[in-house]
Design a protein around this ligand. Sequence first.
Ligand code: ZN
Ligand code: ZN
Length: 113
Amino acid sequence: MPNPTEHCPDCGVGIGARHDTDCDWAQCAATGTQYLMCPDEGPDCRPDHWNGYMGGGKEAVDLGWWIVWVPPAPGEVGGRFVPCPPDMKDAIPDTQRVMRTHKWDRARECWVR
Ligand SMILES: [Zn+2]
Ligand SMILES: [Zn+2]
């Protein structure tokens, strides 16, 4: 299981600090969507805090939700992600599942069920 990354891989802020406004890894503090893609223009629309993981990653790690990429079998088109144990090689947190099953809490700036 990976430890949190101390600095954002894109804008370089430390854990607990707000991402730069041009950071690819920032989520919108108001909606939880990727900040650079956020359609909302309200006053609360701003980059959220870096928590050591990509968007939804911390929540997925806490829940033990991991996936791994399975390449296409011969004759098949495209591969797919399948659920896997946390200690599997190349496993990544299942952030899509977090975003499907959770709601963004704008007060706490995290995904909640
Ligand atoms: Zn950042
Ligand atoms: Zn926004």
